[in-house]
Every structure is written in structure tokens, then in C-alpha cells.
Design a protein around this ligand. Structure first.
Ligand code: SF4
Length: 398
């Protein structure tokens, strides 16, 4: 591999992240365009590709309409409706509740916490609605502060919001924005992600991977009673959750993507925290094996056995159940299934083929020789991305 490949890949990631972070419609035409969807029961006003503003929904029909327009998360600013955020949450939205009394401005520290939450939701590809009661003053203040945080100056941000009804309405709200505008403006770079949009369309690889999963599940269901009656790991038993599991590249990217799409931020943070703890345990285990003269990289079996002996639990397991059961890796689906009941070579080769294609799409280089694999805890903690870069770097020096 040439040196440029890794760099090119890295640059692509950074470029995509910048586009993602600062993706603001160029002019009022895009706002007008989004407003032209008059057929929706609830009228959203899109400020960026990911952020919309609006008013407090007052019926389940309106909540359905919001969901149908792609919104997955809500910042609710209504102090006057103490129950609304719970109704929104029970309707399946991820909700950040920042109660602000009408005609007032939020406390700066509280607003920054809400903005940090919003940042993460946008980063994870969620579409977010910000609303107060009428969608004017408090919503305008909050949405404008988001634009300031994205690096727009107060003048540009205000001009952007001018074409919506969401604008600050009083001195206290403008004062807060002026104060916030002075201290913000620095975009924090986030960790690289293999799923940064506009770099590679992953859907085609995910479709291939899901087709493989579907075929495995169908084969297992069709198999004889001995196989089809085996307890499903992650649901009926958690035995496999104490085993060391490696994932090929496509599985790691897929699992990370599903976590980002489906977990609410507190669950995601908790699972990542547990994964980091498991990774630390594994490092300790490797060190102890090294002291005994084993090489846990070359002699993988000794690591696998020691891992089981230590009873280290998968970070995705919660109260004996898999938090991503529907999307669990193939190894978990096959746990306990006799080796001669499935064509393991075919499965591994198919995984390798999809991984090779996705690797090429990302790096512009061929993945030759061996399959790239990552431990499940490294995948869940996000550390596998770092390992991926190490791998690219090692190819460059070969
Ligand atoms: S992914 Fe789910 S089923 Fe597989 S080991 Fe982890 S918790 Fe268990």
C-alpha cells in the first residue's frame, strides 16, 4: 500500500466530519424547500440537514408525523408542559428535556449541556427537532446558539434563522446569545469514524451482510431438531457471552453502526464504558500470559481459554440478555451449533469477501492475505478504528 492511501483515507474521514459538523443549507431556498412539504400534518422547519425547529406537538398524530419525517430525537424546551417530554419519550423519541420558562433564556451551563447532547445526536446521524411551545423565542435562542457552536458568527446565524419563525424575542435571549457567541466558535474535532457519511455508502455492504445473516438463521431454523432446539445465546442463555469473540471488518463496522443508530445516548455511554473496562481486563490478561511465557497474539487459543476462565462478560450483555440480540454477530448465532451443521468455510469466506470490498471502498487498497479481525469489546468501545489505522500504517511500512 502507498503512504497516500492511509492519509487519503484519514483526510476523507476528516473532510466528511467537517461537512457533517457544518452542514448548513446555503441559503433560504433550502429552508423554503423543506417548508414546502405542506402535506405533513406537523410542519417542521429544517435549519440544517439534521436539525429542525417547530412547536410543541399536541397529539399522537402530530408525533407520528414528526417521526415519519425522519426525526429520531427531540430537544424539548417547554417548562409549561411538564409531561410532554415523557409522552415524547414513550412514543419512541430520544428526548433531552431543558425546561425554560416562556420569555426567558436558559442558564448558560444548562444550555451547553443540552448542546453537547445535540452534538452527539447529530454526530450519530440522528435528526433532531427543537421545540418550545410556539417554536419562536426559546427555540430560536437554542437553535441560534447551535449555529454559533457550529462556527457561524452571530450575524450569519441570525440571518439564517430570520427566514423561520424561530428567533429570540427579548433582551435576555439576545444577551445570552451575544455572550455565548463570544465564547463559542471553536469546532471540536471528534474521533474518526468508519461510517462518516459522504465517504462510502455502506448500505450495499450491509445488505450483503444482512443477507448472509438471514441465510444462516434460515438454515438453522430448517435444520434438524438437535440444531433448531439449541438455546439461543443472548436470549435463552448467556453462555456465549463469556467467550472471546473476534469480528471481521464488516461485522465490526455493522455492529458499531447499529449501536449508533439504535442506542439512546445513556445506554450507548454505559455500554462503551463497560467495553473499555473489558478491554482493560483483556490487556491485563495478555500481560499475565506474557509473563508466563505465552504469546497471546501467536498462541490465540491460550488467550481464548484464559478469557473464558476469567468469566469476562460481553459488554453488550445486560441482565443476562443481549442488548443487540437481533443484530448479534454470527459467532453468537452459531454458539453451540455442531460444526458439521453449517458450512463454516463458506460463512468465513463470505465475510472475508464483504470485508475485502468494504476495505477497498475505504482505503483504495486491496486487503490481501489474511482477514482483518477485531475483538468484540474493541469494536464496542470504538477502539477497533484505531486498530484499523495501525493496520493501514503497518501495510505502508511493509
Ligand atoms: S453480542 Fe450479544 S449474544 Fe453475543 S456475546 Fe455479546 S451479549 Fe452475548
Amino acid at each position: 500500500m502507498k503512504v497516500e492511501s492511509g492519509l487519503r483515507f484519514f483526510k476523507k474521514c476528516l473532510k466528511a466530519l467537517n461537512i457533517q459538523s457544518a452542514r448548513i443549507p446555503a441559503d433560504k431556498s433550502s429552508i423554503a424547500n423543506s417548508q414546502s412539504k405542506k402535506d405533513s400534518i406537523y410542519q417542521l422547519t429544517w435549519i440544517t440537514d439534521y436539525l429542525a425547529v417547530g412547536y410543541a406537538p399536541m397529539s399522537y398524530v402530530e408525533l407520528d408525523s414528526i417521526r415519519e419525517q425522519g426525526i429520531g430525537a427531540i430537544v424539548n424546551l417547554c417548562a409549561e408542559f411538564g409531561d410532554l417530554h415523557e409522552i415524547e419519550e414513550n412514543s419512541g423519541f430520544e428526548v433531552y428535556y431543558l425546561p425554560i420558562p416562556d420569555e426567558t433564556a436558559p442558564d448558560m451551563e444548562d444550555m451547553e449541556k443540552a448542546l453537547a447532547w445535540l452534538d452527539e445526536a447529530v454526530y450519530l446521524g440522528k435528526k433532531i427537532l427543537v421545540h418550545c411551545r410556539h417554536g419562536i423565542g426559546r427555540t430560536g435562542t437554542f437553535a441560534t446558539s447551535y449555529l454559533l457552536r457550529r462556527g457561524l458568527g452571530l450575524k450569519v446565524a441570525s440571518r439564517k434563522m430570520k427566514y423561520t419563525r424561530a428567533t429570540p424575542t427579548n433582551y435576555r435571549q439576545w444577551k445570552l446569545l451575544r455572550k455565548y457567541g463570544k465564547k463559542s466558535g471553536v469546532l471540536k474535532i471528534r474521533e474518526p469514524s468508519l461510517e462518516a457519511r459522504n465517504v462510502v455508502d455502506l448500505s450495499v455492504y450491509f445488505t450483503d451482510y444482512e443477507a448472509l445473516i438471514q441465510k444462516i438463521d434460515e438454515d438453522l431454523n430448517r435444520a434438524n431438531n438437535t440444531v433448531s432446539n439449541i438455546k439461543k445465546c443472548g436470549l435463552e442463555t448467556d453462555e456465549c457471552c463469556f467467550h472471546y469473540i473476534d469480528l471481521q471488518l464488516i461485522e465490526a463496522i455493522y455492529l458499531g453502526n447499529v449501536m449508533n443508530r439504535t442506542f439512546k445516548s445513556d445506554l450507548r455511554a454505559e455500554v462503551i464504558r463497560r467495553a473499555v473496562g473489558v478491554c482493560k481486563n483483556i490487556r491485563g490478561l495478555k500481560a499475565r500470559l506474557g509473563e508466563k511465557g505465552y504469546d497471546p497474539i501467536k498462541d490465540r487459543q491460550c488467550l481464548v481459554e484464559a478469557y473464558v476462565r476469567e468469566q469476562i462478560l460481553c459488554p453488550l450483555n445486560r441482565e443476562s440478555k443481549c442488548t443487540l440480540y437481533e443484530h448479534r454477530p454470527i459467532r453468537c448465532r452459531l454458539y453451540g451449533v455442531p460444526k458439521d451443521s453449517v458450512d463454516l468455510d463458506l460463512i468465513n469466506n463470505t465475510l472475508f469477501d464483504i470485508s475485502r470490498n468494504v476495505f477497498f471502498a475505504f482505503s483504495g487498497s486491496f486487503l490481501e492475505g489474511r482477514a482483518l479481525s477485531f475483538s468484540l469489546p474493541d469494536t464496542v468501545s470504538g477502539r477497533f478504528i484505531q486498530e484499523y489505522f495501525y493496520y493501514l500504517a503497518s501495510l505502508e511500512t511493509d
